[in-house]
Design a protein around this ligand. Structure first.
Ligand SMILES: Cc1ncc(C[n+]2csc(CCOP(=O)(O)OP(=O)(O)O)c2C)c(N)n1
Length: 706
């Protein structure tokens, strides 16, 4: 046995004593051991059947768990029904123990529309393919348990991942958050010695369990092929978490005896001798040896019967075989966009939150709109305050949002009013802010994440694009993520590098997200409430240079009556040119309309407001009247929002167009240093130049200037 590794059954099935852990399994009698054995046999058969199904072309792929049965069965059998599991892709045995129907868990890998399971029916999320991403979801879920207080019921989140995942930022950020928030989460690292072809030693020269101490998390290194030891350490970890002791890290030392997936050929990177050595430590034969032990046989104990378990695995495979084949293109439709028809408009009425908001609005307003003069930043803060007051499941989280009130003071005063569990200062890790928000949403919260500046949202890009945007489709609509991500955006403030980005096109390009950008204090106050009330994830961009702009704001807007956040708004009517823009450029466009009118040109200005979906109807209706289209935005022109708007308007209004549409955008360069941003960001001159060009076909100003 390796030093510092807990073992209760040695590879020959002999019981080893442990003063520390024996107590955790003292109730485990022969019947319980047989039951553990039975589970391991079933999942081994299931694994073999699924591998065969893949070879027959029935599954797209299968990641075998061969060799890891004890690590998974032992740990999963320690969990209570109320605990919630966030696993990677190899935890078929955990899913089996949680009660996922065998046919469902194999069918995930068939690639049918109707694959997967309802995570809330079994308290286990569907498989996660992005290495380590799920550890943040588990941590967020566990934070939610803590925020639930008494209602948390001592529930615990458990997350499974591999040795390779230990190098991913998400896993390390998860441990930071878990420790900081003392979250009831158990990290189960199955060190199966290989991450595809990379040996565990490449990820870390020291045992993974040793790393946890650096995060302030207690850890244990355990023989992962010993089902009894796995049961013991997980029971201890779950009890610690449930009793307020915070997270635990478990390193289960095991071995992947099969290929990484059915697409892998492990003979290219490991030798047969290694596999043979680990075969002698097989988790099933070990328990079998223990149960067959000589003294036990003398006492006439029943022998384990693998046959029954094997038959169950085989039956499941036959059911998978019969499962329906995909019907075709119509199966794709619900996956194109988040499916909630909620824009804060009338459709919101399906939600109790919206109903409550509507009732409240009527009471407060008594029919007359009361307005206050506010800056855009203050209006945004007021909208957040209202959302926090309306629904105690709403949370605000981010860097410096609490005591400081945010670097732009948008959340000023909210922590004092609602407390540190509703307005949460987080450690500095954007992927974790968004990733834990996902877990909080699983727990029933409606988190509002603040990303401090546009240039830092890229740190969270994977969680937003691979998780937030896809969760609804991945779970066939079973999981909704009512998540709002606020991002101060754009230039014009003379800021340092990475503080003036316009990243909206990346997110508008991503199906499954709603993206809006506000331009006025009133929209800030209303649209943030609409975003929070929406069951889909919404990214709310806030133009920094407008934060200090003042306007009249009705804080009691009835969301059911408000313009849906998905609708564009005509902010100046005109008949000669349609000028479409959003966010910080809206006032510039309005100035351009005034200046143009002095020259007898009537410009209609459309504030797009929603960048995904785009209100193409509003644009088309205007272009059909004016026959000329200019689109302006700060972000680079190449593959920007303007390209999309122009393309669709051209398709829809081709025979109404009097001239080729014109784009007025930031240049295709990295955002320039502060003193050079003037010529980069479209200003009044460039917008008027755009209007001239669309009327005369003249070359662009920048082309003239060279
Ligand atoms: C973020 C990310 N990077 C790379 C991959 C490709 N990939 C899939 S599995 C894998 C190895 C993971 O190894 P480990 O975490 O040890 O888990 P195991 O497969 O051994 O269970 C890699 C590199 C991925 N899915 N996600």
């Amino acid at each position: 046995m390796e030093p510092n590794m807990l073992q209760l059954l040695d590879p020959d099935g002999r019981r080893r004593e442990s003063a520390e852990y024996d107590g955790w399994v003292e109730d485990v009698d022969d019947a319980a051991l047989r039951s553990l054995y039975q589970d391991m046999v079933v999942v081994r058969r299931l694994d073999a059947e699924a591998t065969a199904l893949q070879r027959q072309g029935e599954l797209a792929l299968w990641p075998p768990l061969l060799g890891q049965e004890a690590a998974q069965i032992g740990s999963a059998r320690a969990l209570r029904p109320g605990d919630f599991v966030f696993s990677s892709y190899r935890e078929h045995a955990v899913a089996y123990v949680r009660g996922v129907a065998v046919v469902d868990l194999i069918r995930v890998w068939r690639g049918l529309t109707a694959s997967g399971w309802d995570p809330f029916a079994v308290n286990m999320a569907t498989p996660q393919v992005i290495i380590g991403a799920q550890t943040l979801h588990a941590t967020g879920y566990a934070m939610g348990v803590t925020f639930d207080g008494e209602a948390g019921n001592g529930d615990v989140a458990v997350t499974y991942f591999g040795d390779g995942a230990m190098s991913e930022g998400d896993v390390n950020e998860a441990m930071v958050f878990a420790a900081s928030f003392r979250a009831p989460v158990v990290f189960v690292c199955q060190n199966n010695q290989w991450a595809i072809s990379e040996p565990a030693g490449l990820q870390s020269p020291v045992p993974f369990a040793g790393r946890a101490a650096g995060f302030g998390i207690p850890s244990v290194r355990v023989d992962g092929n010993d089902v009894l030891a796995m049961l013991a350490v997980t029971r201890e970890a779950v009890a610690r978490a449930a009793n307020g002791g915070g997270p635990t890290f478990v390193e289960a030392v095991t071995y992947r005896m099969g290929p990484h997936t059915t697409a892998d050929d492990p003979t290219r990177y490991r030798d047969a001798a290694e596999l043979d050595a680990w075969r002698r430590r097989d988790p099933i034969t070990r328990l079998e040896a223990h149960l067959r032990g000589p003294r036990r046989a003398e006492r006439g104990r029943r022998r384990p019967r693998p046959g029954r378990g094997r038959r169950r695995g085989g039956r499941a495979a036959r059911r998978v075989h019969r499962a329906r084949r995909p019907a075709g293109r119509r199966d794709l439709r619900p996956r194109v966009r988040g499916a909630t028809p909620c824009g804060g408009g009338p459709a919101c009425g399906v939600r109790t939150l919206c109903r409550r908001i509507r009732r409240g609005s009527r009471r407060r307003r008594g029919g007359r709109a009361m307005t206050t003069t506010l800056t855009l930043a203050k209006a945004m803060g007021a909208g957040l305050r209202r959302a926090l007051a309306d629904d105690d499941r709403v949370l605000v989280m981010g860097e410096d949002v609490g005591r400081l009130g945010g670097v732009f003071r948008v959340t000023d005063g909210l922590q004092a009013e609602f407390g540190p569990h509703r307005v949460i200062d987080t450690p500095l890790a954007e992927a974790a802010i968004v990733g834990t928000a996902i877990g909080l949403a699983f727990r029933g919260y409606r988190p509002v994440c603040e990303i401090q500046f546009d240039g830092f949202v890229y740190e969270a890009f994977d969680q937003i694009v691979s998780q937030v945007a896809k969760m609804h489709a991945r779970t066939n609509g079973k999981v909704r993520l009512p998540l709002t991500i606020r991002v101060p955006v754009g230039g014009g403030t003379g800021a340092a590098e990475h503080h003036s980005e316009s990243p909206e096109a990346y997110f508008a390009h991503t199906a499954g997200l709603r993206v809006v950008e506000v331009s006025s204090p009133q929209d800030a106050a209303t649209m943030i409430r609409q975003a929070i009330a929406c069951d889909d994830p919404v990214i709310v961009f806030e133009p920094k240079r407008r934060y200090h702009a003042k306007g009249e704001v009705d804080l009691d807007v009835d969301l059911a009556q408000a313009t849906p956040m998905t609708s564009a708004r005509v902010v100046a009517e005109g008949s000669d040119v349609t000028l479409v823009t959003y966010g910080g450029l809206v006032p510039v466009a309005l100035d351009a309309a005034v200046a143009a009118s002095d020259e007898g040109v009537s410009v209609e200005v459309i504030d797009l407001r929603s960048l995904s979906p785009i209100d193409h109807d509003a644009v088309a209706a205007s272009v059909r009247r004016t026959g000329r289209l200019v689109v302006a935005h700060e972000g680079p022109g190449q593959a920007g929002l303007g390209a999309e708007i122009v393309a669709v308007a051209t398709q829809r209004c081709f025979f109404h167009l009097e001239a080729p549409p014109v784009r007025v955008t930031g240049f295709d360069i990295p955002y320039p240093p502060a003193k050079l941003e003037g010529p980069h960001v479209p200003d009044l001159d460039r917008m008027l130049d755009g209007v001239d060009r669309v009327r005369s076909g003249a070359p662009a100003l920048e082309e003239v200037l060279g």
